[in-house]
Design a protein around this ligand. Structure first.
Ligand SMILES: Nc1ncnc2c1ncn2[C@@H]1O[C@H](COP(=O)(O)OP(=O)(O)O)[C@@H](O)[C@H]1O
Ligand SMILES: [Mg+2]
Length: 387
């Protein structure tokens, strides 16, 4: 028994994935309890089912495909009730469910124990024997110990996987952020170069011309050059403002996201679309607000440009576990699959929306079909948004 536990500890603490641990434990347990087969079922909390994760051959081929609802069959019953079941003759046990793939007809007796971590059932360990027998207390104690060791190993493996995933996500996020900054910097450089600098250069020439004209016979010349220079100064200033506004929508600092969206809606009412904005107050980080605002802005621009809609609804509010933004129009819609790639069209709208969503860890769906309207839905996970 000690030797078995040592083996089990070795297996469960090795750097193996959950399925491999299950597989090896199944083999060890079968031998130790003088049984014929062992099944390891793991609880899938989301699906509320137990799923076969490991088994002695040949049943290892059924891993992943055999599933029971919580409460269904003996494994399901043990998972639901968090207590063991000793079954001398399963054909006489009303909890038993026949699963053809596991060849229940070949086995008679069984015992099933929950795998517990801090009172929570993470799985179920089942051993079966062909001949009729009654599994005794010593089998139960052994199985319970093995099951709990496994439970802990599985819990650790899951935590580890979750951490690794998180780390990967953060890394992607960091890369994206740097890329986005780079993009923004290039855009700004472009705007300064093409717009502002150009205007300042011509401003300079017109000022030179005005200077040359001082004291010249054509008295109107200086006035005309100065007038042009003034105009250029004004437009350079406007360009500079526009370039800066592109960085972060000022309304957000002044008003916050909800009112920012309302103001966005109002500025669209000039066109023939009726805009309705419904916002609930939500708490979001500034960079998340900015991203949502930009997405709404692009979605609304698309409605104006492409949808031919009579109305559009912008809605912001808390949902389970997050905040949702929806921009939904009743226009002609489009076929998202056949819209050409962004590069060919030199347009960045839908792609940019997706990138912004990804950058803040949000999911985004653009649902549209020709003839129906278009709905853009973004959900940002926020741990306690509903609170
Ligand atoms: N709300 C909408 N209604 C109808 N068509 C849309 C809508 N939004 C996007 N589209 C279609 O998807 C295309 C891609 O949109 P986008 O990437 O924003 O590029 P752009 O707006 O520059 O054309 C649009 O050209 C249009 O055909
Ligand atoms: Mg667009």
């Amino acid at each position: 028994m000690l030797e078995l536990l040592e083996h089990i500890i070795e297996v469960t603490s090795a750097d193996l994935d959950v399925q491999e641990v299950s597989q090896r434990v199944a083999g060890l347990v079968t031998a130790a309890t003088q049984s014929d087969v062992c099944f390891v079922h793991l609880v899938d909390e989301e699906l509320r089912r137990v799923v076969l994760a490991g088994a002695t051959p040949p049943f290892d081929e059924q891993v992943g495909s055999v599933q029971l609802a919580l409460g269904e069959g003996i494994a399901g019953w043990v998972a639901k009730n968090a207590e063991p079941a000793v079954v001398p003759d399963k054909w006489k046990d009303s909890r038993y469910r026949y699963i053809p793939e596991l060849r229940g007809e070949d086995f008679t007796s069984m015992v099933s124990v929950p795998m517990l971590v801090r009172g929570r059932v993470v799985g179920v360990l089942n051993v079966h024997s062909r001949a009729a027998r009654t599994y005794g207390d010593s089998d139960l104690v052994l199985l319970a110990q093995v099951a709990n060791l496994m439970a802990r190993a599985i819990e650790n493996a899951r935590l580890y996987r979750r951490l690794a995933e998180r780390e990967e996500m953060l890394e992607r996020f960091a890369t994206r952020t740097v890329e986005a900054q780079e993009l923004e910097r290039r855009r700004l450089a472009g705007e300064i170069h093409d717009g502002i600098s150009q205007r300042l250069v011509s401003l300079w020439y017109h000022l030179l011309a005005a200077e040359d004209g001082v004291g010249a016979p054509d008295a109107g010349l200086v006035r005309r050059e100065l007038a042009t220079a003034k105009e250029l100064a004004t437009s350079a200033l406007a360009e500079a403002r526009a370039a800066i506004t592109g960085l972060r929508p000022f309304v957000l600092d002044d008003l916050g996201l909800g009112p920012g969206l309302e103001s966005l809606g109002r500025t669209l009412t000039r066109v023939e679309v009726e805009v309705e904005v419904e916002v609930e107050p939500v708490e979001l980080a500034p960079h998340v607000e900015a991203a949502l605002y930009r997405i709404a802005q692009e979605a609304l621009q698309n409605v104006v440009k492409h949808a031919g809609a009579s109305s559009v609804l912008v809605r912001l509010g808390a949902v389970d576990g997050g905040v949702r933004l929806v921009v939904s129009d009743d226009g002609q819609g489009f076929d998202a699959d056949t819209v050409a790639g962004a590069e060919e069209r030199h347009s960045y709208g839908l792609v940019g929306m997706r990138e912004r969503a990804e950058l803040i860890g949000a999911s985004i769906a653009v649902v549209s079909r020709p003839g129906t309207g278009t709905t853009v839905e973004v959900v940002v996970p926020v741990p306690d948004a509903a609170a």
